[in-house]
Design a protein. Structure first.
Length: 151
């Protein structure tokens, strides 16, 4: 399990305990997971986020960074984003937490964008695992929060 921190304070948290406490105090919060990645010179940085979204009140963001040797092929790098998100979602359920309402994918269904070639496989995989996948322009967790984390 990666080490998660609160976005606004960078304070590390024990993820499962923190989420249980937060959701108990905020039962209306929606749990949303997203991931993005960026290639740097010799490594790839993945930013994984959990957004605890309270309707009409905003979101509380937890994040983790995962650094691995550079993933050269775009398809493989994007697929790893999907795998990390699903693995996190499954881990939460296995530890007695509610199922994520959405898994946000930083992929674009528009054929003129390069990430389009991963969309069908990614959405199929996420949905086969029992989650609802959102892609651009609706994948705010992956497109914005996770993008900032992996920079």
């Amino acid at each position: 399990m990666m080490n998660f921190k609160v976005l606004t304070t960078n304070v590390p948290v024990e993820l499962h305990r923190y989420l249980k406490d937060y959701l108990q105090e905020n039962p209306d919060a929606h749990l949303i997971i997203g991931c993005d990645s960026k290639n740097h010179e010799n490594h790839t940085m993945y930013g994984l986020v959990i957004v605890l979204y309270k309707p009409k009140k905003g979101g509380h963001v937890l994040y983790a960074k995962h650094r691995i040797p550079r993933v050269k092929e775009r398809w493989n790098r994007l697929w790893k984003e999907v795998e990390l998100s699903v693995d996190l979602a499954n881990s939460l359920v296995e530890n007695g937490l509610p199922k994520a309402q959405f898994i946000d994918l930083d992929l674009n269904p528009d054929p003129k964008f390069k990430s389009n070639d991963v969309v069908r496989a990614a959405v199929g995989f996420v949905e086969s695992m029992g989650y609802i996948a959102r892609t651009k322009p609706y994948s705010l967790c992956a497109s914005y929060a996770a993008d900032k984390v992996c920079a």
